[in-house]
Design a protein around this ligand. Structure first.
Ligand code: FES
Ligand SMILES: [Fe+2]
Length: 376
């Protein structure tokens, strides 16, 4: 047996270069992040007309805002005159317009060009043609999803379909009323690792017994190394002594009203390709949005969402938040431990997947198919 033909229980991963090569990353930006639906902003963060956020989607900066009619709009963050970035802050609020800081071309919240110095001297300038370049927008689960493609893929199949495939039915996630929950806590992680390492890590639980003592304490079946994601519709059951999905197994907060008896005392994890992880437990929902910034760097915004009443009455969210914050820190440290080694000669042909990780190969095949023959 040679190193290039592993025994049947082991399957090859992607080669190390796929995690370090900026050319591969550029292809991923073009063919994955700029071509698919990208979960960008919590809609409630755009509280009123003129509130905005800027987000990196693939190679583009996108300006996401709320128009006067209350709808969410998104535009490439590029002035149509000579290309200045309209806004460089991560978030803020304007009253009525975005005014370019360079020569003061001014756009309204619908992206129309409404003013510019000496505009009267240019009667042939078609204002409609020089509005900001729009980006497709959808709202689901209380988030703003963007698509930079001219012709976006079907949202229902690609995004909602990912959840249905994992859970077996759409109603299951609807029970949590995710769109009406409120952000109780948000933590942003700046991870020095390739985004695919984060996806692979989220998909498997072979590492759970080694690095997640608190999580395994709450979900004892995870000690066996099989992720809940391996089985359609499966939610990992809380341990018999566990009272809640908290760092010490203590009682959490009030159960989300729509959650069924079947779903109670269970944890469901869902990956929505390419950059979203959803975690459902009876009293809260945890959503990760990844923003891949380079081959070796991924920013993750993680929201802990609770029922509005729980947040408003100031319930103690600490033990609930602390559990998955520790899981995140443990997972991201593991990914950062792998990232430098992706460039090693020892990993030039990649590593291997054990049987409880074999489903990750489908993710690798999906990435390769998106990238096309040039990447193989
Ligand atoms: S670049 Fe924006 S007004 Fe000139
Ligand atoms: Fe993990």
């Amino acid at each position: 047996m040679t190193a290039s033909s592993p025994p049947p229980s082991l399957i090859a991963t992607l080669p190390g270069g796929h995690y370090t090569d900026e050319r591969v990353f550029a292809l991923e930006q073009e063919r994955i992040f700029e071509s698919m639906w990208f979960c960008a902003v919590r809609a409630a963060d755009l509280g009123r007309p003129g509130a905005f956020r800027t987000v990196q989607v693939g190679r583009e900066s996108v300006l996401v805002t709320r128009a006067r009619d209350g709808s969410v709009r998104a535009f490439l963050n590029v002035c149509r005159h000579r290309g200045a970035r309209l806004r460089t802050e991560e978030s803020g609020e304007v009253r009525r317009t975005f005014r370019c800081p360079y020569h003061a071309w001014t756009y309204d919240l619908e992206g129309r060009l409404v003013a510019a110095p000496n505009l009267a001297a240019m009667p042939d300038l078609d204002r409609a043609a020089y509005g900001l370049v729009g980006v497709h927008v959808r709202e689901w689960l209380g988030y703003v999803w963007l698509c930079l493609a001219d012709d976006p893929p079907p949202f229902e199949a690609d995004v909602v379909g990912a959840v249905v495939t994992r859970l077996g039915e759409e109603g299951l996630i609807e029970n949590y009323g995710v769109g009406d929950l409120e952000v109780g806590r948000r933590i942003v992680y700046d991870v020095k690792a390739n985004w695919k390492l984060l996806v692979e890590n989220f998909m498997e639980c072979y590492h759970c017994a080694t690095i997640h003592p608190e999580l395994v304490g709450v979900l004892p079946e995870f000690a066996g190394g099989y992720a809940a994601q391996s089985f359609v519709g499966h939610g990992a059951r809380f341990g018999a002594e566990v009272r809640g999905f908290t760092v010490d197994g203590s009682q959490g907060v009030d159960r989300i009203p729509g959650v069924s008896e079947d779903q109670d005392r269970r944890y469901y994890a869902i990956t929505i390709r390419p950059q979203v992880f959803v975690n459902l437990v009876p009293d809260h929902v945890i959503i990760h949005r990844m923003f891949p910034l380079s081959a070796g760097r991924t920013v993750v915004e993680c929201d802990w969402l609770f029922h509005r009443d729980v947040v408003e009455r100031g319930a103690d969210l600490g033990p609930s938040v602390e559990l998955f914050h520790r899981v995140n820190a443990q997972d991201f440290a593991a990914c950062e431990r792998c990232q430098p080694a992706m460039a090693s000669r020892a990993y030039a042909r990649g590593g291997v997947l054990v049987p409880s990780e074999h489903h990750i190969r489908a993710f690798h095949d999906w990435v390769l198919a998106r990238l096309g023959p040039a990447s193989a």
